[in-house]
Design a protein around this ligand. Structure first.
Ligand code: GLY
Length: 622
């Protein structure tokens, strides 16, 4: 079912002085893409291809959330742009509110149309051109357009008045401030364009206007006046060069141009929703609950396809966790819609069939994307029923006790044992009018982490490493030397501090400085010998205690070793060289795997020893 909103076939407000504007307005998403690029290229902009959803070179952001992200180095003056005027259509992914996706407003994946000035034009042109594009190219009726500005931005108000927007349709809004996307970076006041979609969609309040929560006013384009740089502490300094960054959602513009109530009825989504209808045997528009689920599948299908396409692999951390969350949420909604068998690869196909023309790499990567999604779906499906049954039991028990909250321990158990992302459990509980103890959940998570950290350290060493050391950290000399002198700061036998160790005894030696590399990052520790004034200690392994001390593990093969003595520490250099060669091999292999298999082939772990190198990575096929 398609909801058509009040149309605007009348030409009120369309100016007759348009120059160079096409006769017909763009309607399909393909036509909108074309119009956007043509318009801004006509104003001297260079087209920049979309960057990956995985941000390049910015560890403070998880995913690409705006078109300006790849322009940040230009805006801060750190890199030279290929031109000062740029235009793009950028793949974006926003993780805020994943739990509410399925409503008519939020999307995870979307495409952002943007035009950018890198120290070239500023507010006057950005505003005049936005107005020209919406009136002359999109042919939107001027009397249905509203503008919001930051309350401090009188300049923007003047510029909008000059285009002919009446003052009563320019609304100051405190929230009109944008950026930075990470912890620091460029930011500034912004000004947004809204379309009044008619009273029928409104809340009916007499003061309803942009900023109201109802559906009547739809924001579709944000013009950001980037004039500050903000540091991690929120401190702002004016930028040497002023920049323009704008963002318009392709999906929303498509909804406007195609006169649809929501993005899900546009040509970008319609084939996907229709495919999901066929798959489930349901009809979109028949029931609000089912519609919500159908929209979850359509949105998350796009999200997972593009994330995996850009190399993200499901995991329990960072972007991998975002991907895992949407795959698992989609599986659960699939079950609610009656899909009991694996179905996600069908949705991936629908997305690739729809989007592959614009993003041909999706077609090339189809098998890899299907495999990755299918594996995660299988993994979760296996435990979903059991986990849901448990959750049902616990919620019933809580209700019987008259409680409205579940213990955090139980929610953690669902996460740990059944792979239920915390947010998914929270969503299911919310549907039943329940909450859970989040502090208790975090405590359980932290305890688990501490346990695995401890287990990890001792398991790697294969033996107890002894009591905590109360001596200065070890200075590591191994990058420059394989032999050096050091003073014995601590000795331990059977995990107990001792003053001296005699012939035949095994234990741990800690020096103030050492050339011995301690096992880390999958590279095994060095072996060699410590020679003191009265004895020799054979080093069989070197480990770190995680507190900055290198622990030489081995045994006294001759004489005695005493606290305070100076010893010569000599690494088995031949063995070290073999290890280094294998270390180099892992780097070469890493690059080769990425070249051959794709950007998802990232290092997950490795073992580097003198005889063998092992490299762990995730790839969904043999
Ligand atoms: N960077 C502009 C926007 O995201 O709206």
């Amino acid at each position: 079912m398609i909801h058509v909103i009040q149309g605007w076939t009348d030409t009120t407000g369309v100016r007759d002085d348009m120059q160079g504007a096409p006769t017909n307005k763009p309607v399909t998403s393909e036509e909108i893409r074309r119009a956007w690029l043509d318009f801004f290229k006509g104003k001297g902009h260079l087209e920049m291809p979309s960057s990956s959803l995985v941000p390049h070179d910015d560890p403070t952001v998880l995913l690409t959330t705006a078109g300006m992200q790849q322009m940040i180095p230009f805006m801060l003056g750190r890199e030279q742009p290929p031109r000062r005027r740029l235009v793009s259509i950028q793949k974006c992914f926003r993780t805020t509110d994943i739990d509410s996706v399925g409503n008519l407003r939020n999307l995870t994946f979307f495409e952002m149309l943007g035009n950018f000035s890198i120290g070239d034009y500023f507010k006057a042109e950005a505003i005049a051109w936005a107005w020209e594009f919406v009136l002359d190219w999109l042919k939107l009726p001027a009397d249905r357009l509203w503008i919001t500005v930051h309350p401090t931005d009188d300049e923007a108000v003047d510029l909008w008045l000059r285009t002919g927007v009446p003052r009563e349709r320019i609304v100051p809004l405190e929230e009109n401030w944008w950026g930075p996307p990470g912890l620091s970076g460029p930011c500034g006041p912004d000004s947004e364009l809204y379309l009044d979609r008619g009273e029928a969609l409104g809340c009916g309040r007499p003061d309803c206007k942009p900023g109201c929560d109802c559906e009547r006013f739809l924001e579709f384009w944000n013009l950001v006046f980037m004039q500050y740089s903000q540091d991690e502490h929120g401190h702002r300094t004016p930028l040497a060069q002023k920049n323009i960054d704008t963002g318009a959602g392709l999906e929303r513009l498509s909804a406007i141009m195609q006169e649809c109530r929501s993005v899900y009825e546009t040509d970008l989504f319609r084939p996907i929703v229709a495919g999901v209808e066929r798959l489930t045997g349901l009809t979109y528009g028949a029931s609000p609950e089912q519609d919500f689920g159908l929209r979850v599948l359509a949105d998350h299908g796009r999200g997972m396809t593009f994330l995996v396409g850009d190399g993200v692999v499901p995991s329990n951390e960072g972007r991998g966790y975002v991907l895992r969350r949407i795959i698992r949420r989609a599986v659960r909604y699939g079950r609610l819609l009656g899909l009991d068998r694996p179905f996600l690869t069908h949705i991936v196909d629908l997305v690739i069939d729809r989007m592959g023309k614009v993003y041909p790499s999706l077609i090339a990567d189809r098998e890899r994307i299907r495999q990755t999604v299918a594996t995660e779906e299988e993994r979760f499906a296996a435990t979903l029923q059991a986990g849901l049954a448990l959750l049902e039991r616990w919620t019933a028990e809580a209700r019987d006790r008259g409680e409205r909250s579940l213990s955090g321990e139980l929610v953690f158990k669902l996460y740990d044992t059944y792979g239920f992302p915390e947010e998914l459990t929270a969503e299911i509980l919310r549907e039943r009018g329940l909450t859970f103890d989040e502090d208790e959940y975090r405590r359980a998570m932290e305890e688990q982490r501490a346990r695995s950290r401890a287990a990890g350290r001792f398991a790697v060493a294969g033996r107890a490493l002894g009591a905590a050391l109360d001596v200065p950290r070890t200075e590591f000399l191994g990058y420059e030397a394989t032999s050096a002198e050091g003073r014995v700061l601590a000795l331990q036998r059977d995990g107990v501090p001792v003053e001296a160790m005699g012939e035949g005894e095994t234990g741990v030696v800690v020096l103030d400085r050492t050339p011995f590399y301690a096992e880390a990052g999958g590279q095994v520790g060095d072996t060699g010998v410590l020679v003191g004034p009265a004895g020799r200690f054979l080093v069989e392994d070197t480990q770190s205690d995680g507190a900055g001390h290198h622990l030489h593990l081995g045994r006294v093969v001759e004489g005695v070793l005493q606290l305070g003595e100076t010893v010569r520490a000599t690494v088995d250099a031949r063995r070290r060289e073999d290890i280094m060669r294998h270390h180099t091999v892992t780097h070469l292999l890493h690059q080769a795997l990425q070249d051959v298999l794709g950007p998802h082939a990232l290092q997950a772990g490795s073992l580097v020893s003198p005889d063998v190198a092992r490299f762990d990575f995730a790839h969904p096929r043999p």
